[in-house]
Design a protein around this ligand. Structure first.
Ligand SMILES: CC(C)(COP(=O)(O)OP(=O)(O)OC[C@H]1O[C@@H](n2cnc3c(N)ncnc32)[C@H](O)[C@@H]1OP(=O)(O)O)[C@@H](O)C(=O)NCCC(=O)NCCS
Length: 108
């Protein structure tokens, strides 16, 4: 039986509101709620090394750098790297998934 207990987050703040703490407040809520739902890992897939704000936001909230996929996309005339980041939710991998949690529903 395979259980998927990971989610990907994606956070966007309107251009005029950037840098006022909204991204942090929003992602903190998303992390807390996903942990409550029984998910055990959260993954961020960040396009482009120039997205420093997103990288810093995730670092501040406990995400670790998991690797870089170089030149997997092409946008605005140049190749784009993907930065992978990840953090545990709740007990992480210390205990088996909660069978009642939506994030741990068996898929096969
Ligand atoms: C990434 C994004 C969501 C951050 O939201 P935000 O409201 O501007 O971020 P906050 O003001 O809450 O800052 C959160 C933390 O990251 C840091 N940070 C944010 N932008 C930064 C930057 N450009 N350089 C350095 N640090 C930065 C802040 O200092 C803050 O740290 P602290 O809480 O320890 O002081 C926002 O910039 C955005 O929407 N960017 C475009 C879309 C995007 O890239 N989305 C991510 C897809 S995964």
């Amino acid at each position: 039986m395979l259980c998927w207990a990971a989610v990907e987050d994606s956070v966007y703040v309107e251009a005029g509101e950037i840098g006022r703490g909204l991204g942090r407040a929003l992602l903190e809520k998303v992390i807390a709620r996903c942990g409550e739902l029984g998910y055990r890992q959260m993954v961020a897939v960040i396009g482009g090394r120039e997205t420093l704000g997103s990288i810093r936001l995730h670092e501040r909230l406990g995400f670790a750098h998991m690797g870089v996929l170089p030149a997997v996309g092409f946008k605005f005339g140049r190749w784009i790297d993907i930065i992978m980041m990840q953090r545990e939710l709740g007990p992480g991998a210390d205990t088996p998934p909660d069978a009642a949690a939506p994030g741990a529903a068996p898929t096969g």
